[in-house]
Design a protein around this ligand. Structure first.
Ligand SMILES: *[C@@H]1O[C@H](CO)[C@@H](O)[C@H](O)[C@H]1NC(C)=O
Length: 290
């Protein structure tokens, strides 16, 4: 109870410092687009996000040599009270590898429809601790194919679209597709990746767009954006039709998590600092269709 109260109070002060206008963190309206779905994370400080929107994953998932145990404690996952969601990593000596964090996955999934643009977007900021204290952190806003969740297909052939990943507090945003051999996933799991320099730890908008307006799978595209600036484009003709069907014609669900340690960022070190200064904070997640 003591630590719970402390975390809520800390969250309130963080929220108070950063957020004065809740509407700033609501999904925007875009002319020419219909909002299909959104999560705005309004609600009482310290509450969990709505479980009608989100599955909260718990436990040790045993992927990528990561160190965190995911929990549904509001120390790791909570509404800020300022219309945002906070995912906060903490050291915890009672866990197998010494860390707790959180991961949520959208209950719904969305299929990019033929003839339109489908846009998946989130507004995200990061705790303000110096990058030198963030070794080992791996926050991510990404999607997996519903066929993976149902077990119909295995990774990476199912398809994975990473809209934003950052490692070790370095202000570089990575966008990646994983899809098997066509994505260079056969031996090294690197996928098809591009990156963009992120101006600061503060709020930025990260978006993936499927553009199926051409009516021909070979000229359809998937594009990644930060603050409206495109930084990676994939085009159907770069792939086989079967792979493109998995990447661009199939349902995907959204995942938000903050991993600690593992094969990509490397492990935390003695300078790594836990808590709110290391968090990933989300203003909204939204899905639009043109
Ligand atoms: C972060 O960078 C953006 C430019 O992308 C700028 O508009 C914003 O004011 C910066 N925020 C802070 C807190 O420096």
């Amino acid at each position: 109870m003591t630590s719970c109260t402390r975390n809520i109070l800390t969250a309130l002060s963080v929220a108070g410092a950063l957020h004065t206008v809740a509407a700033q963190y609501d999904a925007p309206t875009y002319s020419g687009y219909t909002l299909l779905w959104s999560a705005d994370f309004s609600g009482t400080a310290g509450a969990l996000p709505s479980t009608s929107n989100w599955n909260i994953r718990t436990g040790y998932l045993g992927v990528n040599d990561e160190w965190e145990e995911y929990t549904s404690s509001n120390a790791n996952l909570q509404l800020s009270g300022g219309s945002t969601l906070q995912i906060v990593p903490w050291t915890n000596s009672a866990t197998e590898y010494g860390w707790t964090s959180a991961r949520i996955e959208s209950v719904d999934s969305w299929t990019p429809a033929s003839g339109v643009v489908t846009r998946v977007e989130a507004e995200i900021d990061f705790g303000t601790n110096a990058a030198s204290t963030k070794q080992g952190y791996w926050p991510a806003f990404w999607m997996l194919a519903e066929s993976y969740r149902t077990g119909a297909e295995t990774w990476p052939e199912c398809g994975e679209l990473d809209i934003l990943e950052m490692i070790d507090g370095v202000l570089t945003g990575y966008g990646t597709a994983h899809c098997g051999d066509d994505c260079n996933d056969d031996d090294d799991d690197e996928g098809l990746q591009s990156s963009i320099a992120v101006p600061n730890d503060s709020w930025h908008t990260w978006r993936l767009e499927w553009d199926r307006t051409s009516g021909n799978w070979e000229t359809e595209t998937i594009k990644w954006y930060m603050d409206g600036e495109a930084f990676q484009t994939l085009t159907g003709s770069e792939f086989s039709e079967a792979v493109w069907t998995n990447l661009a014609h199939s349902p995907y669900y959204v995942i938000l998590n903050l991993a600690v340690g593992g094969s990509w960022p490397g492990d935390p070190n003695s300078a790594t600092v836990d808590g709110y200064g290391a968090m990933m904070e989300i203003g909204y997640v939204a899905v639009y269709q043109s």
